[in-house]
Design a protein around this ligand. Structure first.
Ligand code: EPU
Length: 417
C-alpha cells in the first residue's frame, strides 16, 4: 500500500512533460496480438495499467520488453489461454483482449474486466457487436466464452457512443470477411491512434475520429510500429493545477486541439492561459468566474477531467455546477474535498460547488483514478499537509507523478505503508 504526503500552497513553475495516453496504450498493447511478429509501441507511459496488460501478454505466451518509453512485443509464440480472474480484474482495458483474440483466434475465454468504481460498467454494446459479427457468447459465472467459425463484416449501430465498444469492434472486425461499418461510433482521439496502428499493420480502416468507421476485412496483419498520442487527460489535470497554483507552469508535449473543451472553459473563467503549438502555459489568477461544466463524449468536456476541474471550481467566486453525464458515481472524491474545507453539495450525478473556499490539508482517501488526481490538486492548493491513502488508483494512470510535480516545485512524497 502506498500513501502520498503533500505539503501544499506552493507556487509551481517550470515544465511538465506529458506522456503517452493511458486510454490509447491500453488498447494498443492488446492490438499487437492481431499479428504474429515483433511490434513496437513508442511513447509508452510507465503506469501500472501497462504492467497489468503486459502480464496478460505473458499469460498468452508473448513477450514484452520496455526500453525507456518503447515497448517491444513479440507475439510469435502466442498461445490462446484463459485470461483468469486475477489478470482480467486488475483493470478495465483487459476487455480489449476479447476483441483482439476473437479477431485473431476466433476463440476467447476471459473473466469480466475490472476498473475504477465509477458506476455500473456494462459491456453489452461490445458483446452485441461481437454477436453481430457472428460470435457465439456464453458465460460460466464470471467467465465469458466467445467463439466463432468465422466473423463476417456487417453494419453495427452503437446505442451509446462507447469508446471501448468502438475500439473492441474495430479489433474484432479487422480480420473478418467483408466490410464492417460502425455507426454512432465514439470520436475520441485515442480511437484514431488505434486505427492508425491497425492500418500500419495492414488493416483497411477509414473514418476513425468520425461517428462512422468503415473496416474492410483483410486476411492477415503484420507486426508494426506506432507512437502513443499525448495523454490529454494527464495534460488537462496539470493544466488545471496551473490555474490553481501555477506561476507560468508549462504543460508540454501536448496536442492543444484535443483540450479545447477544457481550455475554452478556462478562458471563460478568466484564466491566464497561453496556448502554443505543442504546449500550454498557465498561471494562477484570483477571482476566477464560476462556470457550469457538463461532461460529454468527445469533443465535449471529458468526463475524466470533471473531477480535477471540480477542485478549481472550489476556488471560483460564486456558484458553479458540475454535471456528470457518463458515469453514475464520479463524485467519490467530494467527501474528501468537503473534509478539506470545500462547499460542495452532490445531487445524484450533479454537484453544486460554492466558492471560493480555503482548502486545508488533512487525511483523505483516493476512491478512483481521477478522483484521486483531484485530491492531489486539492492537496497542492491547500494550506498544510494532506495525506492521501489508496494512491494505487492514481498510479494506474499518472506516470511518475511524484517526480513530475517535484520538478516544478511541489512538496510531495510517495511512501510505502
Ligand atoms: N456503456 C454501456 N454498455 C457498454 C459500454 C458502455 O452501457 O457496453 C455505457 C457506460 O456505462 C458509460 C458510457 O456507455 O455510461 C460510456 O462508456 P464508454 O464505453 O465510452 O467507456 P469505456 O470505454 O469503458 C473509456 C475510458 C474511461 C473514460 C470513458 C469515456 C478506457 C480504458 N477507459 O471507458 O476512462 O471515462 O472511455 O471517455 O479507455 C479513466 O481514464 O479514468 C476512465 C474511466
Amino acid at each position: 500500500m502506498k500513501q502520498m504526503i503533500i505539503t501544499g500552497n506552493n507556487k509551481l513553475s517550470g515544465t511538465i512533460n506529458i506522456g503517452g495516453a493511458k486510454n490509447s496504450v491500453v488498447a494498443l498493447i492488446p492490438a499487437t496480438i492481431l499479428a504474429s511478429g515483433i511490434s513496437k509501441i513508442t511513447n509508452v507511459p510507465h503506469i501500472s495499467d501497462c504492467e497489468a496488460l503486459i502480464d496478460i501478454l505473458k499469460v498468452l505466451n508473448c513477450t514484452a520488453e520496455f526500453k525507456d518509453d518503447t515497448l517491444t512485443v513479440d507475439t510469435t509464440k502466442l498461445t490462446n489461454k484463459l485470461i483468469d480472474d486475477y489478470h482480467s480484474s486488475r483493470l478495465r482495458a483487459s476487455y480489449y483482449f476479447m476483441g483482439a483474440l476473437l479477431g485473431r483466434e476466433k476463440y476467447v475465454e476471459i473473466y469480466i474486466p475490472g476498473g475504477c468504481n465509477i458506476g455500473s460498467r456494462p459491456i453489452d454494446i461490445h458483446l452485441d457487436g461481437f454477436k453481430a459479427l457472428g460470435a457465439n457468447i456464453t458465460h460460466e459465472g464470471n467467465k465469458y466464452i466467445l467463439s466463432a467459425d468465422k466473423l463476417i463484416g456487417t453494419d453495427i449501430y452503437l446505442r451509446i457512443q462507447s469508446v471501448g465498444a468502438t475500439i473492441n469492434i474495430m479489433l474484432a472486425s479487422v480480420l473478418a470477411e467483408g466490410t464492417t461499418v460502425i455507426h454512432n461510433a465514439a470520436k475520441e482521439a485515442e480511437i484514431i491512434n488505434i486505427a492508425d496502428f491497425l492500418n500500419n499493420m495492414g488493416a483497411e480502416i477509414s473514418g476513425a475520429g468520425t461517428d462512422e468507421i468503415t473496416i474492410k476485412g483483410v486476411e492477415k496483419l503484420k507486426a508494426a510500429t506506432i507512437k502513443v498520442l499525448p495523454d490529454r487527460i494527464e495534460a488537462g489535470t496539470y493544466i488545471i493545477l496551473g490555474a490553481l497554483c501555477g506561476d507560468k507552469l508549462c504543460i508540454n508535449d501536448i496536442i492543444p486541439k484535443h483540450l479545447e473543451a477544457l481550455t475554452n472553459k478556462l478562458k471563460e473563467m478568466g484564466s491566464d492561459i497561453t496556448i502554443n503549438k505543442d504546449n500550454i502555459i498557465i498561471s494562477k489568477v484570483n477571482n476566477l468566474k464560476p462556470i457550469n461544466i457538463k461532461t460529454l463524449t468527445y469533443p465535449g468536456f471529458p468526463t475524466d477531467i470533471g473531477q480535477p476541474m471540480s477542485v478549481l471550481l472550489t476556488q471560483c467566486k460564486g456558484t458553479s455546477l458540475f454535471e456528470e453525464t457518463i458515469w453514475e458515481s464520479r463524485m467519490g472524491h467530494v467527501p474528501s474535498l468537503n473534509k478539506m474545507g470545500a462547499n460542495i453539495k452532490v445531487n445524484g450525478m450533479n454537484a453544486i460547488i460554492k466558492g471560493p473556499t480555503k482548502l486545508k490539508g488533512c487525511e483523505v482517501i483516493a476512491t478512483d483514478l481521477r478522483g484521486g488526481a483531484a485530491l492531489v490538486l486539492a492537496g497542492l492548493t491547500a494550506e498544510g499537509t494532506t495525506t492521501i491513502t489508496d494512491v494505487e488508483h492514481i498510479l494506474r494512470g499518472y506516470e511518475d507523478i511524484e517526480n513530475k510535480l517535484t520538478n516544478v516545485g511541489a512538496k510531495i512524497e510517495l511512501k510505502e505503508i
